[in-house]
Design a protein. Structure first.
Length: 98
């Protein structure tokens, strides 16, 4: 099931480059995941917020890490995150951190 996040800076037309990012919820033993197809220019913070809502988690207390366990700075675009960390990421509720 592919969810879409609409980017205000992009009209979602055919010429808009998109990235596909799979986000896994690590706090659930079943490791559920969702696949998001978003414009490269979409703010990563918007994707985190939307993904957290899809998993019924609090976006304000959630973090995203790479599969290698590296924390991802949300102040970048989805395209930049995809290029640096790939398309397979993990959502962790911060109450599980530390």
């Amino acid at each position: 099931h592919v969810s879409r996040v609409v980017c205000r800076s992009c009209s979602m037309s055919a010429d808009c480059a998109k990235v596909t990012i799979k986000i896994t919820l690590t706090s659930d033993p079943k490791l559920p995941f969702k696949v998001f197809k978003v414009p490269e220019t979409a703010p990563f913070t918007a994707l985190i917020k939307y993904a957290a809502e899809e998993f019924k988690q609090n976006a304000a207390t959630s973090a995203v890490i790479s599969n290698d366990g590296v924390g991802i700075n949300p102040a970048q675009t989805a395209g930049e995150v995809f290029l640096k960390y790939g398309g397979d990421l993990r959502l962790i509720p911060r109450d599980r951190v530390g």
